[in-house]
Design a binder for this molecule. Structure first.
Ligand code: G
Ligand code: G
Ligand code: MN
Ligand code: NA
Length: 255
Protein backbone atom coordinates (compact mmCIF):
# COMPACT_ATOMS: atom_id res chain seq x y z
CA UNK A 1 0.00 0.00 0.00
CA UNK A 2 2.84 2.39 0.90
CA UNK A 3 4.61 1.68 -2.40
CA UNK A 4 1.38 2.09 -4.31
CA UNK A 5 0.82 5.57 -2.93
CA UNK A 6 4.35 6.81 -3.52
CA UNK A 7 4.86 5.82 -7.18
CA UNK A 8 3.18 8.99 -8.46
CA UNK A 9 5.24 11.16 -6.13
CA UNK A 10 8.39 9.25 -7.08
CA UNK A 11 7.74 10.00 -10.76
CA UNK A 12 7.24 13.70 -10.00
CA UNK A 13 10.43 13.90 -7.95
CA UNK A 14 12.47 11.89 -10.44
CA UNK A 15 13.33 8.90 -8.24
CA UNK A 16 13.26 6.41 -11.12
CA UNK A 17 16.56 5.76 -12.90
CA UNK A 18 17.01 3.77 -16.06
CA UNK A 19 19.92 1.35 -16.20
CA UNK A 20 21.09 -0.32 -19.42
CA UNK A 21 22.33 -3.83 -20.11
CA UNK A 22 24.15 -4.28 -23.42
CA UNK A 23 22.83 -6.89 -25.86
CA UNK A 24 25.89 -8.29 -27.59
CA UNK A 25 26.68 -9.93 -30.92
CA UNK A 26 28.24 -13.06 -29.43
CA UNK A 27 30.72 -13.72 -32.23
CA UNK A 28 32.25 -10.23 -32.37
CA UNK A 29 31.52 -8.91 -28.85
CA UNK A 30 29.93 -5.80 -30.36
CA UNK A 31 26.89 -4.26 -28.64
CA UNK A 32 23.87 -4.28 -30.95
CA UNK A 33 21.38 -2.93 -28.43
CA UNK A 34 20.74 -2.09 -24.79
CA UNK A 35 17.87 -3.27 -22.59
CA UNK A 36 16.43 -0.48 -20.42
CA UNK A 37 15.78 -1.61 -16.85
CA UNK A 38 14.08 0.76 -14.44
CA UNK A 39 15.39 1.26 -10.87
CA UNK A 40 13.72 3.07 -8.00
CA UNK A 41 16.01 5.08 -5.74
CA UNK A 42 13.58 5.27 -2.85
CA UNK A 43 14.43 7.97 -0.27
CA UNK A 44 14.06 5.60 2.71
CA UNK A 45 13.95 2.08 1.30
CA UNK A 46 17.00 2.46 -0.96
CA UNK A 47 17.03 0.68 -4.29
CA UNK A 48 13.70 -1.07 -4.89
CA UNK A 49 13.56 -3.75 -7.60
CA UNK A 50 11.13 -3.45 -10.51
CA UNK A 51 10.09 -7.01 -9.67
CA UNK A 52 8.49 -5.42 -6.58
CA UNK A 53 7.07 -2.15 -7.87
CA UNK A 54 6.07 -2.95 -11.47
CA UNK A 55 3.27 -5.29 -10.30
CA UNK A 56 2.13 -2.58 -7.87
CA UNK A 57 2.16 0.02 -10.64
CA UNK A 58 0.14 -2.36 -12.80
CA UNK A 59 -2.48 -2.67 -10.09
CA UNK A 60 -2.79 1.07 -9.48
CA UNK A 61 -2.61 2.29 -13.07
CA UNK A 62 0.68 4.11 -12.43
CA UNK A 63 2.28 1.79 -15.01
CA UNK A 64 1.22 4.13 -17.83
CA UNK A 65 3.15 7.11 -16.47
CA UNK A 66 6.07 4.97 -15.36
CA UNK A 67 6.23 3.23 -18.74
CA UNK A 68 6.12 6.53 -20.61
CA UNK A 69 8.96 7.85 -18.45
CA UNK A 70 11.22 4.83 -19.11
CA UNK A 71 10.44 4.97 -22.82
CA UNK A 72 11.25 8.70 -23.08
CA UNK A 73 14.50 8.39 -21.13
CA UNK A 74 15.67 5.29 -23.02
CA UNK A 75 14.87 6.75 -26.46
CA UNK A 76 16.78 9.94 -25.64
CA UNK A 77 19.79 8.04 -24.29
CA UNK A 78 20.08 5.64 -27.19
CA UNK A 79 19.64 8.47 -29.69
CA UNK A 80 22.55 10.23 -27.95
CA UNK A 81 24.76 7.11 -28.11
CA UNK A 82 23.95 6.67 -31.79
CA UNK A 83 24.88 10.27 -32.52
CA UNK A 84 28.02 10.19 -30.38
CA UNK A 85 29.84 7.17 -31.75
CA UNK A 86 30.00 6.01 -35.36
CA UNK A 87 30.10 2.37 -34.28
CA UNK A 88 26.90 2.82 -32.28
CA UNK A 89 24.96 4.04 -35.30
CA UNK A 90 22.91 0.84 -35.40
CA UNK A 91 22.36 0.48 -31.64
CA UNK A 92 18.80 -0.22 -30.55
CA UNK A 93 16.83 0.39 -27.36
CA UNK A 94 14.94 -2.59 -25.96
CA UNK A 95 12.23 -1.40 -23.59
CA UNK A 96 10.07 -3.58 -21.34
CA UNK A 97 6.37 -2.91 -21.74
CA UNK A 98 3.56 -4.16 -19.57
CA UNK A 99 0.63 -5.54 -21.57
CA UNK A 100 -1.50 -3.22 -19.45
CA UNK A 101 0.05 -0.26 -21.26
CA UNK A 102 -1.65 -1.64 -24.38
CA UNK A 103 -5.12 -1.97 -22.94
CA UNK A 104 -6.41 1.11 -24.71
CA UNK A 105 -5.57 2.22 -28.25
CA UNK A 106 -3.30 5.13 -27.32
CA UNK A 107 0.01 3.32 -26.86
CA UNK A 108 1.24 3.52 -30.50
CA UNK A 109 0.78 7.31 -30.41
CA UNK A 110 2.65 7.50 -27.08
CA UNK A 111 5.55 5.59 -28.63
CA UNK A 112 5.53 7.71 -31.78
CA UNK A 113 5.71 10.86 -29.65
CA UNK A 114 8.71 9.51 -27.71
CA UNK A 115 10.48 8.66 -30.98
CA UNK A 116 9.81 12.06 -32.49
CA UNK A 117 10.97 13.97 -29.41
CA UNK A 118 14.19 11.96 -29.17
CA UNK A 119 14.97 11.67 -32.88
CA UNK A 120 15.36 7.90 -32.49
CA UNK A 121 14.18 6.08 -35.63
CA UNK A 122 11.51 3.39 -35.13
CA UNK A 123 13.94 0.76 -36.46
CA UNK A 124 16.07 1.42 -33.37
CA UNK A 125 13.32 0.51 -30.91
CA UNK A 126 12.33 -2.94 -29.65
CA UNK A 127 9.38 -3.40 -27.31
CA UNK A 128 9.72 -6.37 -24.94
CA UNK A 129 6.48 -7.94 -23.87
CA UNK A 130 5.76 -10.85 -21.57
CA UNK A 131 2.52 -12.61 -22.10
CA UNK A 132 0.28 -12.23 -19.13
CA UNK A 133 -2.98 -13.76 -18.10
CA UNK A 134 -4.22 -10.35 -17.02
CA UNK A 135 -4.63 -8.85 -20.45
CA UNK A 136 -6.80 -9.75 -23.30
CA UNK A 137 -5.01 -10.76 -26.47
CA UNK A 138 -7.67 -8.87 -28.41
CA UNK A 139 -6.32 -5.57 -27.06
CA UNK A 140 -2.61 -6.44 -27.35
CA UNK A 141 -2.46 -7.87 -30.88
CA UNK A 142 -3.85 -4.78 -32.68
CA UNK A 143 -1.37 -2.62 -30.74
CA UNK A 144 1.55 -4.85 -31.74
CA UNK A 145 0.41 -4.71 -35.35
CA UNK A 146 0.28 -0.91 -35.22
CA UNK A 147 3.76 -0.71 -33.67
CA UNK A 148 5.24 -3.01 -36.29
CA UNK A 149 3.62 -1.00 -39.07
CA UNK A 150 5.62 1.97 -37.74
CA UNK A 151 8.83 -0.08 -38.07
CA UNK A 152 9.22 -0.91 -34.37
CA UNK A 153 10.20 -4.48 -33.50
CA UNK A 154 8.57 -6.64 -30.84
CA UNK A 155 10.35 -9.17 -28.64
CA UNK A 156 8.78 -11.85 -26.46
CA UNK A 157 10.56 -11.60 -23.11
CA UNK A 158 11.27 -14.64 -20.89
CA UNK A 159 10.18 -16.92 -23.70
CA UNK A 160 9.31 -20.41 -22.54
CA UNK A 161 8.20 -19.47 -19.03
CA UNK A 162 5.01 -18.41 -17.34
CA UNK A 163 2.15 -17.94 -19.70
CA UNK A 164 4.20 -18.38 -22.85
CA UNK A 165 2.58 -20.91 -25.09
CA UNK A 166 3.06 -22.08 -28.64
CA UNK A 167 -0.65 -21.48 -29.09
CA UNK A 168 -0.24 -17.79 -28.30
CA UNK A 169 3.07 -17.41 -30.15
CA UNK A 170 1.46 -18.55 -33.38
CA UNK A 171 -0.86 -15.57 -33.23
CA UNK A 172 1.43 -12.87 -31.85
CA UNK A 173 2.98 -10.49 -34.42
CA UNK A 174 6.58 -10.51 -33.14
CA UNK A 175 10.18 -10.35 -34.39
CA UNK A 176 12.43 -11.65 -31.61
CA UNK A 177 12.31 -14.42 -28.98
CA UNK A 178 14.30 -13.76 -25.82
CA UNK A 179 15.42 -17.12 -24.47
CA UNK A 180 14.73 -17.08 -20.75
CA UNK A 181 17.81 -17.35 -18.56
CA UNK A 182 16.52 -20.55 -16.95
CA UNK A 183 17.27 -22.33 -20.26
CA UNK A 184 20.71 -20.72 -20.45
CA UNK A 185 21.86 -21.38 -16.89
CA UNK A 186 21.42 -25.16 -17.28
CA UNK A 187 23.70 -25.39 -20.34
CA UNK A 188 26.53 -27.74 -19.34
CA UNK A 189 27.74 -29.05 -22.69
CA UNK A 190 25.42 -32.05 -22.80
CA UNK A 191 22.78 -32.36 -25.48
CA UNK A 192 20.16 -33.03 -22.83
CA UNK A 193 20.85 -29.73 -21.04
CA UNK A 194 20.66 -27.87 -24.36
CA UNK A 195 17.32 -29.35 -25.36
CA UNK A 196 15.00 -26.44 -24.64
CA UNK A 197 17.35 -23.70 -25.85
CA UNK A 198 17.94 -25.68 -29.03
CA UNK A 199 14.21 -26.17 -29.55
CA UNK A 200 13.51 -22.45 -29.09
CA UNK A 201 16.29 -21.50 -31.53
CA UNK A 202 14.96 -23.96 -34.14
CA UNK A 203 11.40 -22.75 -33.61
CA UNK A 204 12.56 -19.17 -34.09
CA UNK A 205 14.29 -20.21 -37.31
CA UNK A 206 11.17 -21.82 -38.70
CA UNK A 207 9.06 -18.77 -37.79
CA UNK A 208 11.75 -16.42 -39.18
CA UNK A 209 12.28 -14.76 -35.82
CA UNK A 210 15.63 -13.85 -34.31
CA UNK A 211 16.77 -14.90 -30.84
CA UNK A 212 18.49 -13.15 -27.94
CA UNK A 213 19.73 -15.31 -25.07
CA UNK A 214 19.36 -13.93 -21.56
CA UNK A 215 21.43 -14.52 -18.44
CA UNK A 216 24.70 -15.64 -20.06
CA UNK A 217 27.11 -16.05 -17.14
CA UNK A 218 29.92 -18.26 -18.53
CA UNK A 219 32.02 -18.45 -21.71
CA UNK A 220 30.85 -22.05 -22.16
CA UNK A 221 27.22 -20.91 -22.27
CA UNK A 222 28.06 -18.26 -24.87
CA UNK A 223 29.95 -20.80 -27.00
CA UNK A 224 27.18 -23.36 -26.80
CA UNK A 225 24.48 -20.85 -27.73
CA UNK A 226 26.49 -19.87 -30.80
CA UNK A 227 26.84 -23.52 -31.80
CA UNK A 228 23.06 -23.82 -31.49
CA UNK A 229 22.62 -20.84 -33.83
CA UNK A 230 21.85 -18.04 -31.39
CA UNK A 231 23.95 -15.04 -32.38
CA UNK A 232 23.00 -12.46 -29.72
CA UNK A 233 22.79 -12.39 -25.95
CA UNK A 234 23.11 -10.55 -22.70
CA UNK A 235 24.21 -11.51 -19.20
CA UNK A 236 26.65 -10.84 -16.40
CA UNK A 237 29.50 -12.43 -18.41
CA UNK A 238 29.14 -9.72 -21.03
CA UNK A 239 27.94 -6.72 -19.02
CA UNK A 240 25.74 -6.00 -16.02
CA UNK A 241 22.89 -3.51 -16.14
CA UNK A 242 24.46 -0.12 -15.32
CA UNK A 243 23.90 3.61 -15.54
CA UNK A 244 24.28 5.38 -18.88
CA UNK A 245 27.30 7.27 -17.53
CA UNK A 246 29.10 4.09 -16.50
CA UNK A 247 28.29 2.40 -19.76
CA UNK A 248 29.60 5.39 -21.70
CA UNK A 249 32.78 5.39 -19.60
CA UNK A 250 33.51 1.66 -19.93
CA UNK A 251 32.01 0.89 -23.33
CA UNK A 252 32.24 4.24 -25.07
CA UNK A 253 34.81 3.05 -27.59
CA UNK A 254 32.68 0.08 -28.56
CA UNK A 255 29.32 1.83 -28.47
O1 G B 1 16.35 -5.48 -13.75
P1 G B 1 15.73 -6.61 -12.99
O2 G B 1 16.25 -7.98 -13.28
O3 G B 1 15.68 -6.34 -11.51
O4 G B 1 14.21 -6.62 -13.49
C1 G B 1 13.25 -7.39 -12.86
C2 G B 1 12.03 -7.45 -13.73
O5 G B 1 11.47 -6.15 -13.94
C3 G B 1 12.30 -8.04 -15.10
O6 G B 1 11.27 -8.98 -15.39
C4 G B 1 12.18 -6.86 -16.02
O7 G B 1 11.68 -7.26 -17.29
C5 G B 1 11.19 -5.97 -15.30
N1 G B 1 11.38 -4.57 -15.69
C6 G B 1 12.52 -3.85 -15.61
N2 G B 1 12.33 -2.60 -16.09
C7 G B 1 11.04 -2.54 -16.49
C8 G B 1 10.23 -1.50 -17.10
O8 G B 1 10.67 -0.39 -17.39
N3 G B 1 8.92 -1.82 -17.35
C9 G B 1 8.40 -3.04 -17.06
N4 G B 1 7.10 -3.26 -17.35
N5 G B 1 9.12 -4.04 -16.51
C10 G B 1 10.43 -3.80 -16.23
O1 G C 1 12.55 -10.32 -17.24
P1 G C 1 13.75 -9.64 -17.84
O2 G C 1 14.47 -10.53 -18.78
O3 G C 1 13.49 -8.30 -18.44
O4 G C 1 14.75 -9.43 -16.64
C1 G C 1 15.99 -8.91 -16.78
C2 G C 1 16.63 -9.11 -15.42
O5 G C 1 17.66 -10.10 -15.48
C3 G C 1 17.23 -7.84 -14.88
O6 G C 1 16.78 -7.66 -13.58
C4 G C 1 18.71 -8.13 -14.87
O7 G C 1 19.33 -7.51 -13.76
C5 G C 1 18.78 -9.65 -14.75
N1 G C 1 19.97 -10.21 -15.35
C6 G C 1 20.64 -9.75 -16.41
N2 G C 1 21.71 -10.54 -16.71
C7 G C 1 21.68 -11.55 -15.81
C8 G C 1 22.54 -12.69 -15.59
O8 G C 1 23.50 -12.95 -16.30
N3 G C 1 22.19 -13.49 -14.56
C9 G C 1 21.12 -13.26 -13.77
N4 G C 1 20.88 -14.11 -12.78
N5 G C 1 20.30 -12.19 -13.94
C10 G C 1 20.58 -11.34 -14.95
MN1 MN D 1 13.26 -7.82 -20.52
NA1 NA E 1 13.66 -11.65 -19.59
Amino acid sequence: VALAESIGEALRSDQFDVHYQPIIDLASGTPIGVEALVRWQHPTLGMVSPAEFVPVAERTGAIDGLGRHVLEVACRQVAAWRRGAPRAAGLYASVNVSPLQMRDGTFPATVRAALERSGLPPQALVMEITESAVVDERTVVPTLIALREQGIRVAVDDFGTGYSSLHLLGRLPVDILKIDRSFVSVLDGTSRSAGIAEAIIRLAGVLELSTVAEGIETPAQSAELQLLGCTAGQGYLLARPQTADRLTATWGARL
